[in-house]
Design a protein around this ligand. Structure first.
Ligand SMILES: NC(=O)c1ccc[n+]([C@@H]2O[C@H](COP(=O)([O-])OP(=O)(O)OC[C@H]3O[C@@H](n4cnc5c(N)ncnc54)[C@H](OP(=O)(O)O)[C@@H]3O)[C@@H](O)[C@H]2O)c1
Length: 254
């Protein structure tokens, strides 16, 4: 990935990891457009970062995604980087579920269908450029699930798989496909902003930005704190890691 001179769309760029990446990428000399549902929040971030742009997007809504892609093609045709970062995480008790499974459906639509739809809508534009990059934000929980958030972990495992297929299908094109795999980071996601077990956001963004600058950029952006989850299976530690993770987090969910 080029370090500077990109025009970048970051979904969920109004808060947490998305905002952190948006600000760091802009500081590095890129044009950044953030997208999300909360217009006031987006405007606040834009006014704190002159030059940044924002677009309202509900990634659960396929018509909004198409409209956004149309606006980008006419207003920001130079867009060459898409960061699929927007996501939601909810606890689910599989022994006592909602009749309509509305949480599970929202999680799948936001975390998996959303990136699939937005990538499809923007790929023709991205492919017009000499260099373009698609970055999907998955999670360490794609590799070892936190059982209290089953659909969330399933969507992240699916996004990891989809990302590999996308990378393979685009291997002979000028569009590279990367995956950011965060560990537990202090953000609003499931009220983790104050949890001392989570990695401070600032440190997470700084380490991620260093990895993104590496040339050639690694296909998977894994800060050290996520290695325990990401490589649990490869290193023969899966069962112990699964038990340890779910035991350690049980207090938060049971
Ligand atoms: N924090 C962690 O521990 C952690 C670990 C691994 C992976 N991740 C992943 O990192 C990504 C960013 O999460 P975060 O931790 O930074 O949490 P966050 O602060 O809650 O950010 C999530 C962002 O997604 C946006 N979003 C949610 N639903 C949306 C929708 N329907 N349409 C458009 N935007 C939507 C939200 O904006 P609006 O509400 O304004 O729409 C929000 O800005 C997520 O994909 C998450 O799964 C986080």
């Amino acid at each position: 990935m080029q370090s500077t001179g990109n025009t970048i769309l970051i979904t969920g760029g109004g808060s947490g990891i998305g905002r952190g990446l948006a600000e760091a990428l802009q500081a590095q000399g890129n044009h950044v457009i953030i997208a999300g549902r909360r217009k006031a929040l987006l405007e606040e971030v834009v006014s704190a970062n002159p030059g940044m742009k924002s677009l309202v997007l509900d990634i659960e809504d396929r018509t909004t995604i198409r409209a956004l892609a149309g606006r980008i093609a006419s207003e920001h045709p130079q867009l060459n980087v898409l960061i699929n970062n927007a996501g939601i995480m909810r606890a689910e008790d599989l022994k006592d579920q909602q009749d309509d499974l509305s949480d599970a459906e929202a999680i799948v639509t936001t975390n998996l269908l959303g990136p699939i739809r937005l990538t499809a809508a923007l790929l023709p534009l991205l492919r017009k450029h000499e260099h373009s990059t698609i970055i999907n934000v998955s999670s360490g929980l794609a590799f070892v699930p936190l059982a209290f958030t089953p659909t969330y972990c399933a969507t992240k495992a699916a996004l990891h798989s989809y990302t590999q297929s996308l990378r393979y299908q685009l291997r002979d094109t000028t569009t590279e496909v990367l995956e950011i795999i965060p560990p537990y980071v202090q953000t609003e996601l499931m009220d983790g902003a104050e949890d001392p077990r989570a990695m401070p956001l600032k440190a997470y963004i700084a380490e991620t930005m260093e990895l993104l600058k590496t040339q050639p950029t690694p296909a998977e952006i894994c800060v050290k704190n996520v290695h325990g989850l990401r490589f649990a299976a490869e290193e023969g530690r899966y069962d112990g890691t699964f038990q340890g993770l779910n035991g350690a987090m049980a207090g938060r969910f049971e």
